[in-house]
Structure formats: structure tokens, C-alpha cells
Design a protein around this ligand. Structure first.
Ligand SMILES: Cc1cc2nc3c(=O)[nH]c(=O)nc-3n(C[C@H](O)[C@H](O)[C@H](O)COP(=O)(O)OP(=O)(O)OC[C@H]3O[C@@H](n4cnc5c(N)ncnc54)[C@H](O)[C@@H]3O)c2cc1C
Length: 470
């Protein structure tokens, strides 16, 4: 029997979750080829870190492969030797925040399990996809694979070096990609460090430095100087549902007002703001898709920085490290724009334009860039995607968040046509779907794409989001 060849490019969380869902479908007319250069599947940028200071940023009970498996990672983790070896993963409220690599291990256990019960053929090719032409995918090692349906599961390109660093980026004391293994280990414990960015990656870097016994001063710099907020770690709270409102809010401004009102209502019930944001997040895809492009742009321009720090929270363990460093003044946060960076003898001089006015000079020994993945540069970041764009098979989404797709997560061409053989899975499709970065939304998306790949009558992802979110 000739099998339908499904080729998945990228074996991070999205590609691996998709493969697991396809295997579970057990459609023996399908053959899966997963191209991923890393030895281990399920890692990608987020879960490949071996640093024990890097923890998942939501409780394990919220990370699963589908909504029917609620709590499965949590149950799995508590049975692993890693749990007893890492008592710090357990919080006062009973929630666990394992080290991130544990989630990749869990995914691989799920993949093994899916393989055992499936008659679908599956191969992991340890290679890098470079090109796609006339129904074949070509790899760096010179192999080629026939493709009936191609799935792009590539989300996080390496960070782009801001132009202000052009003169110093090759310097050994400038870390341009802190996700590289051992990127921080050569930094002297007493060095004064400037971290560019104050988000999740900065939190990872500070946690790593503290684990290494860093004693020197750390300056973290970003335009607004906003830190990611902490997840709750005290008593557990009931799930909060946004209070009904008729008619439901339509614009970004109306939503902001409505969410603020709900924070007040929740506070009257002795509930923290986090439970309100959690419900907004649950409805995130529906809310996003009811906005037109102008409203989506408005959100990105005005609200996104605030949404990000409240929505992408950090594990209580990491929040404690940041709080300790701030309390001891080892860590200082600067709300500022970086105007200039240059070498002064064996140090770097940084000129900051402070948000509140005035300038400030800093002298530091090392610089670490934590500006995060360059999602706007996703297509330009690698040959496969640039080739697909040159062949008019894919195009960036109009918001610059990733790749343009339709409601089935099929790629849209620059001419606006749908490419029914080319799918995008994971955060690269979030311009269309909205909230599609953390789990469980990415897991749900992978499951939906799997269903569409094997079963064309499956209801499109977006149609599963009710138009009226109330
Ligand atoms: C640092 C970090 C921490 C996070 N922590 C959490 C968390 O704790 N909880 C949570 O809910 N969410 C978290 N997230 C978000 C979430 O889990 C990610 O959105 C998810 O991991 C997306 O993975 P991905 O597989 O789509 O992309 P990626 O992680 O980017 O993986 C893509 C994979 O594709 C491979 N690849 C790229 N190009 C090619 C090519 N041409 N050929 C072959 N292979 C290729 C790469 O090697 C890589 O393995 C985190 C995200 C990041 C970046």
C-alpha cells in the first residue's frame, strides 16, 4: 500500500506533540517522517536546557498533551526519581514546578508509548531540512524525502543582536545567545553584568548565575523595566470565570476595562488578579479572533508588554531568586533605552536613556542579551523558510508574529491562496489564532492539526472558538 507521507520539520514540543497525536490516530495509511537535528525529541528551545535552575513556569498539573489528560505530567513527574531528588520543585500549595528538561523526558515517554500502540510508520531523521521543491524535502546531509503533506513545527529563531551591539557582539564577554549550553559558565563570579531584557529569559539567566554562586552586581535593562510576575504559591484558589457582560466587550479598550473590573470583583471575593488573567488566557483565542486586524495591531502596540508580564509568569522558585537579588541590591532593574555600548579598557560602557528622563552610564564586565526569540525574523532565519517564501508557498502573517495560515492552520501564499499541503503547527501560527505560545494551547493546536491531517472533515481550529466568548 502506498502511504501518505507526512513530513514534520522540527521536533521540539510542537512537532513531537503532533507526531504523538498522529500515532494515536493509528491510521495505517500514513507514514510520518520527523526531521530534527537534535538527538532527543521534545526538547526544542524551551525544554532542552540542562540547567536545574530552569523550571517550567506553570504548575506541572497544567502541562499536558490534550485536555483529556489533565494532570498527567504532574502524576508522571511525582513517580520519577527526579521528584525525590529535587524537593525544591514542590511548593507550599502542593503544586510542582519541575526542571524544564523533565517535560522533554515526559514527552519522550509519551512518544514511546504512542509508538508501541500504533501501526503508523514513524522515523526520526537526525538532520536539518534545507529546502523543499516539487514534492521533496532536501536536508543538509544531502538526503531527500517524498512529501504529501508538509508540516512546519519551527517556532523560536535565535535572538537577533540589536544594532547598538554591532561593535561588540563578537567579544568573548558578550553572550548573544544565552540558550546555548554553558553560555554563562565562563563568567567570573565577581563580574558586574548587564543583562539586556527583563523578561523570562532574564529570569532564567539570573537563576543560573545565582546557582553558579555569582556574587557580582547584575543590571537588567529594558524599555519599561517590567519584570514577569510570579505564579501563586500560597493557598489554592477556585477557578474564576469572568463575570457575564452584555453586550460582550468588542475592542481592546473595552476588554481592558472589563478585565480591570473583574480584578476588582475578584478582589472583593478575596481572589488574586492571577485567577482573572487565567480566565482571559483560557478565552484568549476566541477574544483574539473577534478583533479585526486594526484592533490586533492596537493590542500589540499598547497592551502586549503589560499582558506578557502578567500572563507569562515565572515559577515561585525563580521569583524568590529574583526577589532575593533585588532585596540585596545585587540585581538592579533599569527602565531605559540603551543608546550606546562600547569598550573601555577591559570593560564595557553602556549609556542609558532613562524612561523617567536623564541618562545613566554603567561600566560592566560582561553583557548577556536576553531579548528573546526573533519571531519577526522567523522566515528570514533559515534557508528552508526563505526558500518556501521565494517559491510563493508561505508568507509572514500581517502582524509579523510568524507565518500566515488559515483556520485549518494551512499556509497562505503571498497571493492569498491556501496551500492545502503545507501546515504550520505551534506558536508560528499565532498571528491567526492568538494565544498560542504556552501549553496547553500549543498542545491543543497540535492535536487539531493532527486531526486535520488524517481527517479532512474535522472542524477547523478557529471554528471551535465560540464567537461570543461570554
Ligand atoms: C525558553 C522558553 C521556556 C518556556 N517555558 C514554558 C513553560 O514552562 N511552560 C509553558 O507552558 N510554555 C513554555 N514555553 C512556551 C512553549 O512551550 C513553546 O511555545 C513550545 O516549546 C514551542 O515549541 P516548538 O516545538 O514549536 O518550537 P521550538 O522550541 O523552536 O522547536 C523547534 C525545533 O525545530 C528544529 N528545527 C528548526 N529548524 C529546523 C529545520 N530546518 N530542520 C529540522 N529541524 C529544525 C529545532 O532544532 C527545534 O528543536 C517556553 C518557551 C521558551 C522559549
Amino acid at each position: 500500500m502506498i502511504k501518505r507521507q507526512i513530513v514534520i520539520v522540527g521536533g521540539g514540543f510542537s512537532g513531537t506533540a503532533l507526531a504523538i497525536q498522529l500515532l494515536r490516530q493509528n491510521n495505517d495509511q500514513v507514514a510520518i517522517t520527523l526531521i530534527e537535528p537534535r538527538d532527543d525529541l521534545g526538547e526544542g528551545v524551551a525544554y532542552s536546557t540542562q540547567d536545574p535552575a530552569h523550571r517550567i513556569n506553570v504548575p506541572a498539573a497544567r502541562m499536558q498533551l490534550s485536555e483529556h489528560e489533565q494532570g498527567d505530567f504532574d502524576r508522571w513527574y511525582r513517580q520519577q526519581p527526579a521528584f525525590s531528588a529535587d524537593p525544591a520543585s514542590l511548593c507550599q500549595d502542593g503544586a510542582v514546578y519541575p526542571q524544564r528538561r523533565q517535560f522533554a523526558k515526559y514527552l519522550r515517554a509519551q512518544l514511546r508509548h504512542a509508538l508501541q500502540g500504533s501501526s503508523v510508520s514513524f522515523q526520526h531523521i537526525h538532520d536539518y531540512a534545507r529546502d523543499y521543491r516539487d514534492g521533496y524535502l532536501y536536508t543538509e546531509r544531502g538526503a531527500h524525502y517524498p512529501v504529501d503533506q508538509l508540516v512546519l513545527a519551527i517556532s523560536h529563531p535565535a535572538p537577533v543582536i540589536p544594532s547598538v551591539f554591532e561593535g561588540v557582539s563578537a567579544d568573548a564577554n558578550v553572550v548573544t545567545d544565552p540558550w546555548q549550553p554553558h553560555a554563562l559558565t565562563s563568567i567570573d563570579k565577581d563580574a558586574c553584568i548587564a543583562i539586556i531584557g527583563t523578561g523570562l529569559t532574564m529570569s532564567d539567566v539570573v537563576a543560573s548565575l545565582r546557582r553558579q554562586g555569582h556574587r557580582g552586581r547584575i543590571h537588567a535593562i529594558s524599555r519599561r523595566g517590567q519584570l514577569p510576575r510570579s505564579n501563586l504559591s500560597g493557598p489554592s484558589y477556585p477557578e474564576y470565570r469572568l463575570s457575564p457582560l452584555s453586550p460582550s466587550p468588542r475592542t481592546v479598550r473595552e476588554w481592558l476595562k472589563y478585565v480591570r473590573q473583574n480584578v476588582v470583583i475578584a478582589a472583593q471575593q478575596q481572589l488574586p488578579w492571577q485567577v482573572v488573567v487565567d480566565d482571559v488566557r483560557r478565552q484568549g483565542q476566541a477574544i483574539w479572533q473577534q478583533f479585526d486586524l486594526a484592533e490586533q495591531r492596537r493590542f500589540l502596540r499598547h497592551l502586549r508588554p503589560w499582558w506578557d508580564v502578567h500572563r507569562y509568569r515565572i515559577a515561585p522558585q525563580v521569583a524568590r531568586v529574583l526577589a532575593d537579588c533585588l532585596a540585596s541590591s545585587q540585581l538592579q532593574i533599569h527602565a531605559a533605552r540603551l543608546r550606546a555600548v562600547y569598550r573601555v579598557a577591559d570593560q564595557f560602557a553602556l549609556t542609558l536613556d532613562l524612561r523617567r528622563g536623564g541618562t545613566k552610564k554603567l561600566l560592566v564586565d560582561n553583557i548577556v542579551l536576553t531579548t528573546g526569540p526573533a519571531h519577526q525574523q522567523l522566515i528570514a532565519s533559515q534557508p528552508l523558510l526563505t526558500s518556501l517564501q521565494a517559491q510563493q508557498l508561505i508568507t509572514p502573517d500581517p502582524l509579523g508574529l510568524g507565518i500566515a495560515v488559515n483556520a485549518q492552520s494551512q499556509a497562505i501564499t503571498p497571493a492569498g491562496e491556501v496551500n492545502t499541503r503545507l501546515f504550520v503547527v505551534g506558536p508560528a501560527a499565532r498571528g491567526r489564532f492568538g494565544e498560542l505560545m504556552g501549553l496547553p494551547q500549543v498542545a491543543d493546536h497540535a492535536q487539531s492539526v493532527a486531526m486535520q491531517l488524517v481527517n479532512r472533515s474535522y472542524q477547523p481550529i478557529s471554528e471551535r472558538c465560540p464567537h461570543d466568548v461570554q
